[in-house]
Design a protein around this ligand. Sequence first.
Ligand code: NAI
Length: 483
Amino acid sequence: MKIAVAKGDGIGPEIMQAVLSIFEANKVPLEYEYVDMGKWVFDKGFSNGMTPEAQETIEKLGILFKGPMETPKGKGVKSVNVTARKTWNTYANKRVFQTLHGVDTVFSKAGIHIDVTIVRENIEDTYGGIEHMLTHDVALSRRFITRPGSMQVIKYAFEMARKKNAKRITCGHKSNIMKITDGLFLECFYEVAKEYPELKADDVIVDDLCMKLVTRPDLFDVVVLTNLQGDIVSDLCAGLVGGLGFAPSANIGDHICIFEAVHGTAPDIMGKNIANPTALLLSGLTMLRHLGLMESAATIENALLYTLEQGIHTGDFGDKAIPALNTTEFANAIISNFGKLPAQGGKPTWPNKPITPTTFKLEKNPLIMSKEMEEEVIVGVDMFIESFEQPTAVADKCLKHTLDLFKLVTISNRGTQVWPKGSIFTNLVNQYRCRFESIGDAPLTQIDIIELYKRLSVDFKICSTEILNMWGGKKAYSLAQGQ
Ligand code: NAI
């Protein structure tokens, strides 16, 4: 079986070398095709951070084992990590955080065992990176949460929880504030939950979830979240089990899967051969199990757990009284412990039954669609305009242009209503949202909205527009704070 390997930037080549040396010593039945991806590929002029040959190889083989890759901060190039996840629709990011004997944490010292799996939606949310400056003072990021995208990742999380014999699955969200986007994610969660009656499905607001995870992590089993919240919560969980050096990650899609560590390129320690390869090794073990190589995975994992139990460590963790090993020495220590079982209990060693990844070529992307079942009526429009004037002056200008079709119902600034009622204490920026609704709920057309747009543009720069729809008599938009 052949897989694609990208060594990555920074410490990537060092930890990849360590992990592949362990695989080789264990005679893991895999062949590797190395592909060109990362910062150095950007620098050569490939704007998505990978060569066309790399893309072709990964799409042919279906499995990518990758080291961390650098994303230059701020403006300019996009993250190759995010591009890879999005391009190949690896919609579920599974991150397993477990207590490891030999890796001391406040919880291990208190005898509290942690085994939490975070499933993070991997494609949508603000990670589309669709951002605009609306005025010189106001930046806007678009956050997409879709029903098909949410269903895909939530179904994966439930299926994985069932296979893992989990007792509880929790949805982390912020639907008390983001009622439409996180509300949709939560709705999908409970829709899928109906098909898994054996699992206790519940939800926790994400800030409360963070507090509960750091006080009683042992109460959680599988947690599913949207992309950004999942990213933050999974780093928090990495901290619970000893840091980023122990946090593996699998990006699961229907056709292509990417296995990598949660951590980045660690530029501060690159080139010194002192990085901890455990997170990449744990990611590699998830990959071996994904490929049906159960025996190889169990032997290596038992050797890793035994090694950690012996107090053997790299410089980033462990007992400072015991000298730290470098990356190569640490890998060799694991190799020398093949066949040993950890006192905490060894992993069962089922025989290898290789599974060939599904790598058929997609001729056409299947578009998952929910049919619009309900009656859809346009009832208004939000016009986002630039203005340096006070709300009443903005309202006066808007009211000149309402035609016979629209009424001006509210003006808000940063989401807070400032007209017809508001507070002098609400701080203003130079961008307002003016909400126009149809008179007497009469249905509007897009042409009516274009006419309003033309009229308003005489007085204002219009930065953005959103149509207000009613679906089956329900508002498909949120109210302004104070409306
Ligand atoms: P980082 O994870 O690279 O480093 C954070 C801290 O953890 C540093 O002090 C580092 O030395 C330490 N650390 C990380 N991995 C370690 C290991 N295996 N052994 C010992 N210590 C380790 O995060 P940072 O500095 O924010 O990001 C550096 C670069 O990595 C950025 O360009 C970022 O975009 C990229 N990155 C890439 C990821 C990926 O490829 N999936 C994920 C996260 C960041």
